[in-house]
Design a protein around this ligand. Structure first.
Ligand code: K1U
Ligand code: ZN
Length: 172
């Protein structure tokens, strides 16, 4: 398994619309394994493949709390079948926009369908942090980053902050 660098805004790859996966193969599983390693290394709870430069419809997630055993979920070609009207605010973060947090409102429950690590079809309802995270990650598959929901001023400030931090990191 390989830890791969996570792309940050304004990298144009993050704006790409990801492509469906034709079949869940060993290559797909290798990608998912690398994504989990990369997510853990960055202390994230979710990751979309496009965030490591692979614009395909693959997401990994682990919502286990500190002290709980790992509980990784794998999503290939996820789709939202249904959502509830009620919106719920949540303060989101994103590994592609490090150290920026802001509130986004999303449907509080969504019914999703996807293929798992073995290519088996799963259909289930997500709520709470699971609903927030899967919608956030599925946005990445459409080229949408959570700061796209903020005002232009907040979005531009966020991008400037990330660019400045990346420059400082590169300068050592
Ligand atoms: O897409 C990503 O970059 C992953 C993102 C997922 C996410 C977090 C919070 C709300 C919506 C989506 C992160 O993991 S950012 C890191 C983070 O905010 C966090 C890490 C550990 C616990 C709680 C939040
Ligand atoms: Zn994100």
């Amino acid at each position: 398994m390989t830890i791969r660098p996570i792309l940050t805004v304004p990298n144009p790859i993050l704006k790409e619309v990801s492509k469906p996966v034709e079949a869940v193969t060993d290559d797909t599983r290798k990608l998912m394994d690398d994504m989990v390693e990369s997510m853990y290394a960055a202390n994230g709870i979710g990751l979309a493949a496009v965030q490591i430069g692979e614009p395909v419809n693959v997401i990994v997630m682990d919502l286990a709390r500190d002290g709980e055993p790992p509980n990784v979920k794998y999503f290939v070609n996820p789709e939202i079948l249904e959502d509830v009207e009620a919106l719920k605010p949540y303060e989101e973060g994103c590994l592609s926009v490090p150290d920026v947090f802001d509130t986004v409102e999303r449907p509080e429950r969504v019914q999703i369908t996807y293929l798992d690590y073995n290519g088996a079809r799963v259909t289930e309802w997500a709520e709470g942090l699971y609903a927030v995270c899967i919608q956030h990650e599925m946005d990445h598959l459409k080229g949408i980053v959570f700061i796209d929901y903020l005002s232009r001023l907040k979005r531009e400030r966020a991008v400037k902050k990330v660019v400045k931090a990346e420059k400082l990191k590169a300068a050592g």
